[in-house]
Design a protein around this ligand. Structure first.
Ligand code: UT7
Length: 329
């Protein structure tokens, strides 16, 4: 019997209309366009505005477009995974809300919280259900409304993040393409350096937590940078090596978009030039679980059947990893 793999049949994304530029941030905090550009590579990011608009709103938009584009009816979908750290609410899962929103009445769904590595964890998980023969069509959504947990008076974090969603349709295929291999890691040591202090079961919301601004992203940027710059590059290199891939075999690195300098270090380690690196950080900033699918969406027209892609991420947890994907169309 031939090995079944999970191949990407289509990709879509959704970005809110509102553009938050570096110039606008200069008016909010003590920062400058040149500092942000030089240290991160970010020029602008998108922000979801409006009452009662959560992460599911963007996820539903992306999935609706994906179903249309791939000519798939919602009833055909077996499973929906939503990767996010900004769920609409602690429960139900945002994936449940997205499923209902697109009428995926035969799908079961759940969320994965692996911060910036979420989409890689989601793709890997979905691919196993397909490889095992359990399911045939799975949608993986990477979506985050980071603006809902950002303190716009904290210049060390507010310049970094943006909102957005991306979604892929995975299908079973007997061809040698799709998700080929992955290397995923986590280490709880990361808690101290990147977290949200309150709003969970350890420290539920109270007047005090609100007054102390504990419902926002806390990041010790320098330490996270140090880990990210080695771990993301190591993971990408590991996946290349164990699949006998040389730099000439790689069509694109698809990196999590947290900092241009971390992306450059990963590309260096892989021995590939900037022409093989997907980059959109300047337009959207760090959209957490959405960065990788939004890159694939932006570069979709440049991709060719059988292109070898290395997806790589590092983020809160810490979580990190890389995934070898052979493009399927
Ligand atoms: O996606 C999840 C994983 N996250 C990451 O991968 C992020 C990893 N970290 C980073 O990307 C970088 O550490 C940052 C972009 C967050 C910060 O860049 P950095 O080069 O590490 O800067 P720093 O934190 O060492 O700060 C350097 C200086 C400090 O001033 P002093 O102490 O040297 O006087 C900061 O106070 O820059 C100052 N600074 C700023 N200045 C202008 C910090 N933020 C700003 C700002 N504008 N927005």
């Amino acid at each position: 019997m031939k090995k079944v793999r999970a191949v990407i049949r289509g990709i879509e994304g959704y970005l809110p209309d509102y553009v938050l530029t570096n110039q606008e941030l200069e008016k909010l905090v003590d920062t400058s366009d040149s500092w942000i550009t030089e240290r991160t590579g970010i020029k602008e990011r998108r922000i979801l505005k409006g009452e009662n608009m959560g992460t599911s709103y963007m996820g539903i938009k992306a999935v609706e477009k994906l179903l249309k584009k791939t000519d798939t009816s919602a009833e055909e979908i077996d499973m929906i995974i939503c990767c996010t750290v900004t769920p609409d609410m602690p429960f139900p899962a945002t994936a449940n809300i997205i499923s209902a929103g697109v009428n995926a009445s035969n799908a079961f769904s759940y969320d994965i919280n692996a911060a910036c590595s979420g989409f890689l964890y989601g793709l890997a998980t979905a691919s196993q259900f397909i490889q095992a023969g359990t399911y045939k069509k799975i949608i993986v959504v990477g979506a985050d409304k980071m603006s809902s947990i950002i303190d716009y008076t904290d210049r060390t974090t507010c310049i970094l993040f943006g909102d957005g969603a991306g979604a892929v349709l995975l299908e079973a295929s007997e061809k040698e393409k799709g998700v080929m291999d992955f290397y995923l890691k986590s280490d709880g040591i990361g808690e101290d350096f990147l977290h949200m202090k309150a709003g969970g079961s350890r420290r539920p919301a109270s007047l005090e937590t609100i007054q102390n601004k504990e419902h926002f992203v806390f990041q010790e940027g320098k330490t996270v940078f140090k880990y990210a710059v080695t771990k993301m590059a190591d993971a990408a290199y590991e996946v290349m090596e164990r699949n006998n891939l040389e730099s000439k075999d790689i069509a694109y690195l698809v990196p999590h978009q947290a900092n241009k300098r971390i992306i450059d270090a990963t590309a260096n380690r892989m021995g590939i030039g900037s022409e093989k690196v997907m980059l959109n950080i300047e337009k959207y900033g760090n959209t957490t679980a959405a960065t990788i699918p939004l890159c694939l969406w932006d570069y979709e027209e440049k991709l060719k059947d059988n292109d070898n892609l290395i997806l790589a991420a590092f983020g809160g947890g810490f979580t990190w990893g890389a995934l070898y994907l052979k493009w399927g169309y």
